[in-house]
Write a protein that binds this ligand. Sequence first.
Ligand code: ZN
Ligand code: FE
Ligand code: FE
Ligand code: ZN
Length: 267
Amino acid sequence: MPILCDYHWHTPLCQHATGPLEAYVERALGLGLREVGFSDHNPLPRGLGANVRMTEAELDGYVNRVLALQARYRGQIDVRLGLEMDYVEGLEPYLTAQLARYPWDYVIGSVHYLDAGCVQSAWPKKYIGTAPELYGPYLGLIRQLAASGLCDIIGHFDVPKRSGCRPTAAEADDITRTLQAIAQAGTCVEINTSGYRHPELPHPQPYPALPLVEQALALGIPLAVNSDAHAPEQVGLRFTEVDAWLRRHGCRQLARFAHRQRDYYAL
Ligand code: ZN
Ligand code: FE
Ligand code: FE
Ligand code: ZN
């Protein structure tokens, strides 16, 4: 079977995605996908990171909108209810309560900020520091996220490279240790194909970079392939070539989710 799922889609509620939600689903139908889901950026308290997410007051509407689409497309394609949850140190009780309030099919956990005030980006533009200064704190937060058990899928694993600062040999151990921690926690890692359309990356590549996906495979980490679409035409981006790459590297199954339970389908 080809890749059948794409679980990482945004909506205009986050203020940096476009297109009606139906257009994402229609695009997926056209590509032959079977199971898809929205996972928009979650609300945070006290206006943290407010410029790239829905407000707390909009969360009910988001959930109802996705559930309505699920009902509308039943029998044609399975539309799942997901969320991209920002992991922010200290917000664990807030996030736990937010997740408990709705019937999520899966939660993608991402680290977009390196500080509790959600000011320092995990991929600062025009970054001039060293790789260890950037990846050290980031990877520490990813390990905390995995250990927290808050999410089902780790989002865009090596996203700090979007700053133009690629990990060096000095980060190799830290990265391996982090993948081991994810394997230990039993969390899925997504192969996020948005890297193929990010102009900041000199060589088109997903998150994580393919050599890191090989490490994840060797560690037995469950994988999913997601587009992180912020527009309908980005749905399923580069899935055909990622599919071929996965087969060549011995990947025989991908993770799927419903009601926060993981299952697998054969590739
Ligand atoms: Zn986004
Ligand atoms: Fe993200
Ligand atoms: Fe996303
Ligand atoms: Zn994202």
